[in-house]
Design a protein around this ligand. Structure first.
Ligand code: MLT
Length: 388
């Protein structure tokens, strides 16, 4: 029986994928094999020794202690693309809201309540205060062309915008999906200098933290509108507030409000709402559940953010999944030990990612239980799991 601890409310669409004959799941569980999480903060959580995998139903993983997980051989998954459509739609709303003063206009029009027959006249008299530009013909810079960024870039062209995309880590899969008319920016300066609207779609890392600051803003077009549906700390609050005051930035749309930003002129804030649709919650939960099932039952790793992605069709009788340091002689150490006990390797695959690597070995027949312990003792091996 596999035990899954759920740290947030996970859509039943995902939970139903766990076969109840083999899996139990609950929000209370002492010794889970795996954890499913949405936005719960796990950074200070003491992870039980039994945990082998964590699946984040969503894209961002800054609520999970990645380095500690990697060192312990805990595979962390996310669900790239599962909520991309929901976020894209919200970014489109953000673009319109930042240009057309829709929100203050709606607030104002409510103040006319009680003016009887005068309302129609007052509406016509007052509306000019809320005029704002069209998107058609304006330029949009998309920083980060992952699952969400590509959808945003492609869709914005339907508004008649000229789109610039920047992503030094663009994957081949994503490149295939990107519209050919999106301009390729090979540096951020190009985005900053050309774009009337800039939208962020990068993960929060030490490199991207505070990337929108007074220095980068100084390179941008006067009156630029900035959208942040990625993570709060990508933007330096103090610097953006100063730029809004000086009107060098016209509007800051953020899905990550904090106390400094609330109530400030030019800030349009939503409560981390971009992915909150029933469709995306279902998609994320389904993808996260499938990732866990394939890992717990077959040792396959797909969409991991901390260990190599390795999948292999099952062959033979016994599979070993070995997470180890990415150092010389690991494969020979493993295969020598297996040949010592007469095990016949049917299939083997190995991939590295930074300081760690993952080896899947399919064997014909069984091996003595003590061999698993000896594999675990090899210097550099972090975790050995047997799959039958
Ligand atoms: C994500 O990281 O997927 C989005 O910000 C939505 C979420 O946190 O669930």
């Amino acid at each position: 029986m596999y035990h899954i601890l759920t740290l947030n409310k996970i859509s039943p669409e995902g939970l139903h994928l766990f076969d109840r004959a083999k899996y139990s799941y609950s929000a209370e569980m002492a010794d889970p094999d795996a954890i499913m999480v949405r936005s719960a903060n796990m950074l200070e959580m003491e992870l039980p020794a039994t945990v082998k995998a964590i699946a984040r139903a969503g894209a961002g993983v800054n609520n999970i202690p990645l380095d500690a997980c990697t060192q312990r051989g805990i595979v962390v998954f996310n669900t790239p693309g599962a909520n991309a459509n929901a976020v894209k739609e919200m970014v489109m709303a953000g673009l319109l809201l930042s240009a057309r003063k829709i929100f203050p206009a709606m607030e104002w029009v409510q103040t006319l309540k009680g003016q009887g027959d005068e309302v129609t006249k007052l509406v016509e008299q007052g509306k000019s205060k809320f005029a704002g530009p069209e998107l058609q013909g304006k330029s949009l810079g998309v920083i980060g062309l992952g699952a969400v960024g590509v959808e945003v870039a492609n869709f914005a062209e339907n508004f008649g915008m000229t789109v610039y995309g920047y992503d030094p880590y663009l994957s081949v899969d994503t490149a295939w999906k990107l519209s050919r008319t999106v301009h390729h920016a090979d540096n951020l300066r190009t985005i900053y200098e050309h774009c009337d609207f800039i939208t962020l779609h990068v993960p929060l890392t030490p490199e991207t933290k505070g990337m929108i600051n007074s220095e980068s803003i100084a390179m941008m077009k006067h009156g630029v509108r900035i959208l942040n549906f990625a993570r709060n700390a990508l933007v330096n609050d103090e610097d953006i507030l100063q730029a809004l005051e000086e009107k060098t930035v016209r509007c800051y749309v953020t899905d990550f409000p904090d106390d400094h930003l609330l109530g400030q002129p030019g800030v349009l804030a939503t409560p981390h709402l971009a992915a909150s649709t029933p469709e995306s919650e279902d998609n994320c939960a389904r993808m996260a559940a499938r990732e866990l099932v394939d890992f717990l039952e077959n040792g396959n790793i797909q969409n991991s953010v901390n260990l190599p992605n390795v999948t292999m069709c099952r062959s033979g009788d016994l599979r070993l999944g070995i997470i180890h340091r990415n150092i010389p002689a690991m494969i020979s150490g493993i295969s020598n030990l297996l040949s010592e006990v007469g095990a016949n390797i049917e299939n083997l695959t190995n991939r590295a990612r930074g300081e760690y690597a993952y080896t899947l070995v399919d064997l014909a027949g069984e091996i003595p239980a003590a061999t698993l312990d000896r594999l675990q003792q090899i210097d550099g091996v972090v975790r050995v799991t047997a799959y039958r």
